[in-house]
Design a protein around this ligand. Sequence first.
Ligand SMILES: *Cc1c(COP(=O)(O)O)cnc(C)c1O
Length: 367
Amino acid sequence: MNDFIPPAKPIIGDEERAAVDAVLRSGMVAQGPQVKAFEDEFSAALVAGRECVAVNSGTAGLHLGLLAAGIGPGDEVIVPSFTFAATGNSVALTGATPVFVDIEPDYFCLDPKAVAAAITDRTAAILPVHLYGHPFDAPALRKLADERGVRLFEDAAQAHGASLNGQQVGTFGDFAMFSLYPTKNMTSGEGGMVSATPEIAHRVRLLRNQGMERQYANELVGFNARMTDIHAAIGRVQLGKVGGWTEQRQANAAYLNEHLAGLDGVTTPPVAPGGVHVYHQYTIRVAEDRDRIVTALREEWAVGSGVYYPIPNHRLESLAKFAPGLELPETEKAAAEVISLPVHPSLSEADLERIATAVAAVVKAGA
Ligand SMILES: *Cc1c(COP(=O)(O)O)cnc(C)c1O
């Protein structure tokens, strides 16, 4: 039996270990100079110099970004249902109402036409997701947001380094959040980075630290959502590596695209004109039999895969109360058809060959 190919594999090397050790030896481990340096370096590398604020998770970044932008009870915020639950959760946690809207079928991101139809007098903002590392249609959504007087935010949890028409994700909305969870394209252990307008960034800084910037002069009721210098030290090392890893993900995706092209019943992921996809996930659609295919890949070929996401958020026990009777046909279809194949930078040529061979064999076996 071949070694199992995992669907994701965080890469943590000697440099990360050395950076952590240096922080531990310094005796200063809470938020300090490493966090500040990480914010500045992330800003320069990934969001064109926009102000960045590090927090202890991506979810905290979304929550604090929304609060800092003034979102709260009485507001509606338009979100996709086809995403990780943190997107809708963060809206609900502010007391606002998440309004779930359908996706377009090509890139699995919010459909601007469906968003336009869902805007009401209470809509305060749109929070789309750059799903799987593919940029959402930011120009269309920005235009719509401006025309209708609502704000645009970004869930860029999966999209470090992605861009559209030469503009980096994380620079389109009033604020954006990047996750630094271990399986994301880069990690700090746990963590999140918020890029934002100066006004929102300032309020996120306050909310991150009990509402104070100056010690014991608290201006707001805030949280403790600080990142530690230990985590920031890991993140700084990873920031130096993420560009190379992204190129490897893109090369792996190109291999899979080439070898799965023309396979009956399989749709490989397209990229929008002008888009740079960073392949947090490499997600195909299969016309039928999805769950059988996932099982056969694992049991017959030792190829891991993932289904992101099997239950649309508007059907989750936690969030369904916001969407009574709602039907989102493209979301439901995607939830039944998607399979994310391994695309991470540690794959060998032999791994890629096995993945492509396995998918072809397993799909044909069911035909
Ligand atoms: C991972 C993820 C989050 C949450 O980030 P955490 O760092 O795990 O809190 C939010 N939205 C999306 C789309 C994600 O993939």
